[in-house]
Design a protein around this ligand. Structure first.
Ligand code: G16
Length: 557
């Protein structure tokens, strides 16, 4: 019968993907990540889990993305998207961990049976489940996708749909759209971005004057999937002349190697493939799966240093734009007496440059902090009518509550008879922004288009944007230790609670520097401890980071 069939399939798939001895997986900041060649057992089991999640949620579509994002080409990983397009509910992470590490087929079977019992999942009955899969361009991607498919198919009634090679945010968007009952194919994604971007440009203020943004934009695609997708879309992006470098084509270079958003943000130098001829040109950089975005510009041909616009400044630009539209709508006494109450919240992490937080608070905005990881920031942002979240590394988006969107819709309808007035235009701009910016997860492609539209709207150059505030000099270092989990943090990762002596040492070092700030945390995507330091000069930030890294090494190395 069905139940027997279910047991047989689970035992069968588990024996096809045995866990190598000594192997231990942990569901980290963004799912499981490791050397791609070792990932098949974890990916297969993530397939089982995704199918179970869909059964639990009455057959709603769940997503699986095979990617290690900004990590080196040899790594790979898997993350699961919930039906709302966001990261999998954290309550399931302990089960994901246990399942990935189940030592043998019997243990795996017992674990699943116990879990479905505890969770009330109707396994083996007449249920359906659907899982959408996507992967990036990594060489181990196809092999791991097959492992995921086998895992999904081990659940009776589960249906896997391979959506192909995609950016991570595209897959999240597809899951989100499918469950909303709206069109969810890749071409629908492109159409939505292209149309809402065009709409934003149609809504630019008519009174020209001041700076005109250059059409030319060079995009570093990190030799990943983002550049490929941008190439497909760029011809239809009116008003922009996009050139993709590190596009992933044969001979252009290696994924994320000396290029991409992580490299540019951490090293603050030009990526591979950029040279003196690019001085003064506005440039953007994506990471390997296009969920991160930073901007940069070379200011001189004598070195390869760049002026960087990181996630904090992208966030600030979005916040200014949205606030301005709300102000036009709400403080426009002479026009139609309509208002749009909105709680606007800004979400950052400890990596946010101190100058950005000060800038945002100075605007009177509410700024809150979460631990690193989009799964925390996104969740927090959903508590607001409009939640804007970004990590300094360029990962972020803007989320609008359903209630806010419906109020915005009805306001736009009420104002439509006065199509010439500024209130109406502001409402329409916000509406276009809700369409343009990915509601499921941080998306470099949709983020890039929103940035471009806002720069044109504000008639700002890259330099104007960059000079919004001056970043405090900062430094990030990685330290290899024996067991990174021996560091435990608290207060949104700003303090170490274990080992207890470490925080005292950090405090003591930090006190030696003007505007000093420093924290350490175990990475959730790499086997390292990260050290972040900020101070009033680069030399001081470097020195603070170095001395704290030294303490970490001494205590844990
Ligand atoms: C992932 C997460 C990000 C996080 C980053 C670094 O990025 O999605 O939220 O900031 O890892 O995490 P950690 O410092 O724990 O290694 P990506 O772009 O690799 O998916």
């Amino acid at each position: 019968d069905q139940e027997q069939e279910q047991r047989r399939r689970l035992l069968d798939v588990a024996s096809r993907f045995p866990l190598p001895s000594g192997c231990r997986f942990s569901y980290g900041t963004a799912g499981f990540r490791a050397d791609g060649a070792t990932m098949a057992p974890a990916v297969c089991r993530a397939g089982i889990l995704a199918a179970l999640r869909s059964v639990k949620l009455a057959g709603a579509a769940v997503g699986i993305v095979i990617t290690a994002s900004h990590n080196p080409i040899g790594d790979n990983g898997v993350k699961i998207a919930d039906p709302d397009g966001g990261m999998m509910d954290q309550q399931w992470e302990p089960f994901a961990d246990a399942l990935a590490n189940a030592p043998d087929p019997d243990a795996l079977l017992q674990m699943v049976l116990q879990f479905v019992k505890d969770e009330g999942i109707p396994l083996g009955g007449h249920h359906t489940a659907q899982v959408l899969l996507g992967r990036d361009t990594r060489p181990t991607g196809e092999y791991l996708l097959d492992a995921a498919l086998q895992g999904i198919n081990a659940i009776v009634g589960a249906h896997a749909i391979d959506m192909g090679i995609l950016t991570t945010p595209q897959l999240h968007w597809m899951v989100w759209s499918k469950n909303k009952g709206t069109k969810a194919s890749e071409s629908d994604y492109f159409t939505q971005l292209i149309n809402s971007f065009r709409r934003m440009l149609e809504l630019l203020p008519k009174d020209k004057g001041g700076y005109e943004l250059a059409k030319k934009l060079i995009v570093d695609g990190a030799n990943g999937i983002g550049g490929v997708k941008l190439e497909q879309m760029k011809a239809e992006l009116s008003g922009l002349d996009i050139i993709v470098r590190n596009s992933g084509k044969e001979g252009e270079g290696i994924l994320n190697h000396l290029c991409g958003a992580d490299f540019v943000q951490k090293e603050r130098v030009t990526p591979h493939g950029f040279g003196p001829e690019d001085v003064g040109v506005r440039c953007a950089s994506l990471d390997g799966d296009a969920d991160r975005l930073v901007y940069f510009q070379m200011s001189s041909s004598s070195d390869n240093k760049v002026d960087l616009v990181d996630g904090d400044k992208i966030l600030s630009l979005f916040a200014l734009f949205i606030r301005e539209q709300l102000d036009v709508i709400n403080n426009n006494g002479s026009q139609v007496d309509k208002s749009l109450p909105a709680r606007l919240g800004i979400v950052q992490t400890a990596y946010a440059n101190g100058a950005s937080t000060q800038f945002l608070k100075g605007l009177g905005l509410e700024v809150v902090f979460t631990p690193t990881g989009v799964k925390y920031l996104h969740k927090k942002a959903l508590e607001y009518d409009i939640g804007i979240y970004f990590e300094a590394n360029g990962h972020g988006t803007v989320v609008f509550s359903e209630d806010f969107i419906s109020q915005l819709e009805s306001l736009s309808n009420d104002l439509s008879s006065q199509a010439a007035n500024s209130q109406y235009h502001a409402a329409m701009r916000l509406m276009a922004a809700t369409q343009l910016i990915n509601q499921a997860v941080g998306d470099a492609l949709s983020g890039l288009l929103l940035v471009e539209a806002i720069l044109q709207y504000k008639r700002w150059s890259f330099q104007n944007w960059c000079e919004l505030y001056s970043d405090l000099p900062s430094r990030q270092l990685k330290v290899k230790v024996v067991d990174r989990s021996s560091i435990v943090t608290t207060d949104a990762e700003t303090k170490v609670s274990q080992p207890s002596s470490l925080q005292e040492l950090i405090d003591k070092e930090t006190a030696n520097y003007t505007q000093g700030r420093c924290f350490v945390r175990p990475s959730g995507t790499e086997d390292v401890v990260r050290v972040y330091a900020e101070a009033s000069t680069q030399v001081e930030a470097d020195s603070l980071a170095k001395s704290v890294a030294h303490h970490v090494e001494r205590l844990l190395g």
